[in-house]
Structures are given as C-alpha cells and as structure tokens.
Design a protein. Structure first.
Length: 298
C-alpha cells in the first residue's frame, strides 16, 4: 500500500473535480477553502481529505451555492448540505464523485453503499448507463493523465464487474426466446478490458438471445468454428486498447475475411473503432459509437 497514490497535485485535483487549477488557486487565495501542503520549492500538494472537500464544494457550487458562501460553512455544514442534495433523485454527479472517492480510498464499503442507494431509485440498467458509463469514461481520462494508478482503475472496474455478473446470473438461465441470430462475444488478443463486453452480454441475454461468451484473448482463427454450429451469427468484439491503432483496419479486414459469409455479421464497438475507415469495411460489418447505440440495434 505504500505505493498507493494519496497525495495529489493541483492538476490532479483539476482532473478529478473538473474545476480548473486556476480557479482552485483563486478559491484558496480569496476564500481559504483548501489548505495545501507545500514542497521546499513551494509546489502545492493535497491530501485525500482535501480532495473529498473539493468534491463536496464542487457539488454545492453546481447546485447554485456561491463559493463566497460555501467558504463560511464548517466542514460539518458542507457535509450536511451535500447529504440534503443527494437525497433527491437527481444525484448522478454525487454518485460519480462518491465512486471516485471509493476508488481513491480503495473503499469497497463506500462503493456498495452508493450503489445500494442508487438502486433504491434506479434499475441496474439505469445505473450502468447514467452513472457507470460516464464514470468509466472519466476514469479512462484520469488514467491517461496519470492522476490515478492502474490499481485504482482495476479496483473500481472489478467492483462494477461484480455487479454485472450478479445481475447477469439472475437472467442467464432463461431459455432464449429469439432465434433469428446467435451472438458470439469476444475480445482480441491482448485486450484485457472486459467490462463493456460483460455488460453487453447482460443486455443481449436480457433481450432473449443466445450468447456464446468467449471473453478475452481470442484469436480470429479460433472463432471460425462457431459458424459450423450457429446460423445466423453475430461476432461482437470490443476494441479498447487492442489491436494497436496503426493496424486496426488490418484487423477488421482479417475478421471480415475469416468470419463473414453464410449469414454472419461483425459488430464492433470501443475506443479504437473511431480509427476504422468506414469506406473500407464490408456491409456486414457494423461499427457502433456507444453501448446505447448497440443496445438499440439488438
């Protein structure tokens, strides 16, 4: 745990809160809302407590409280006001902040309490689309800017995956009611980001289709045999970090050559699909910009 990041730069706070570093400095100077530590070279450093306070201040600010007023409140008053706000149904921003704090503190109890609180008002599907999707998008940016470590990302991803698996288990033993196609879900070689694919498995099963879930690290050649068993068939793959950006079009071409034909389709989703040249793909290859777009097509 000694290597876990618990001291943050002002840039980290900007990335985590959405408040510009320049604004944070002004709030400190004018209103003394945060008291950073200082290095020997006078560089600001912040604790997890400061991060929590800034996230609470940000929530109040978003709900119309002036920073000049917030600065007069005690920390107990700030927490009390935040609790009052989050008692309303429109609490997506708070939930995302709470999940981020759970991630930063490796706090499974906070994650569970926030999830259960959301579940009182929302379905699992609503929580995933309204909270988990934007949360994971933010986490991707935080990871790219070195604000969080891979340990943080893995911790929160595994907790979300557990919720997906619990909800999938409730429906996966139902006999499929739709027989016009079978879905085969897999990830390319060296692609380890399985969360999105797992959720799509849940959505497809919930809509009554049979799913063959193969998971990560599946060579294209190993998928061909499925065509002997199922027809029509949809090969669905989630491209987050693999294949490498420079060869993504070659990868799609290889999938098309090996898997298309005889009532087969290829559906692709994920960050790397924005680099696919749509002019080069076959008509039976469909590229989706978001999970919501893909779910609508099912």
């Amino acid at each position: 745990m000694n290597n876990v990041k618990n001291i943050f730069s002002i840039k980290d706070l900007e990335n985590l809160s959405g408040i510009k570093a320049h604004t944070i400095r002004i709030w400190e100077k004018r209103y003394n809302v945060l008291q950073p530590m200082r290095t020997d070279t006078n560089i600001r450093l912040y604790s997890l407590t400061s991060l929590q306070k800034l996230l609470n201040i940000t929530l109040l600010h978003d709900y119309g409280y002036k920073i000049s007023k917030i600065s007069t409140f005690s920390e107990e008053k700030i927490s009390e006001l935040v609790k009052g706000i989050i008692s309303s149904k429109n609490a997506k921003n708070h939930a995302i902040s709470a999940f981020k704090m759970a991630m930063m503190n490796f706090d499974q109890e906070l994650f569970s309490n926030t999830y259960n609180w959301l579940l009182e008002e929302k379905s699992f599907k609503e929580i995933f689309h309204q909270v988990f999707v934007p949360l994971m998008e933010e986490i991707g940016l935080l990871w790219q800017t070195d604000t969080i470590t891979p340990a943080h990302e893995h911790f929160i991803s595994c907790l979300i995956i557990k919720k997906i698996l619990v909800n999938t288990e409730k429906i996966e033993n139902k006999i499929p009611t739709k027989t016009d196609k079978v879905f085969v879900l897999s990830l390319p070689l060296n692609e380890i980001h399985e969360l999105g694919l797992m959720y799509l498995n849940y959505e497809i099963v919930s809509k009554g289709y049979k799913v063959i879930y193969l998971g990560e690290n599946m060579p294209i050649d190993n998928l061909k045999d499925l065509k002997k068993h199922f027809n029509p068939i949809v090969f669905l793959s989630y491209l987050t970090i693999q294949p490498e950006r420079a060869i993504v079009n070659e990868f799609v071409a290889a999938m098309s050559n090996e898997l298309l034909g005889n009532n087969a389709e290829i559906w692709l989703i994920g960050r790397l699909t924005e680099h696919i040249d749509l002019n080069l793909i076959a008509t039976d290859v469909k590229v989706f910009n978001s999970i919501s777009d893909l779910v609508e097509k099912i």
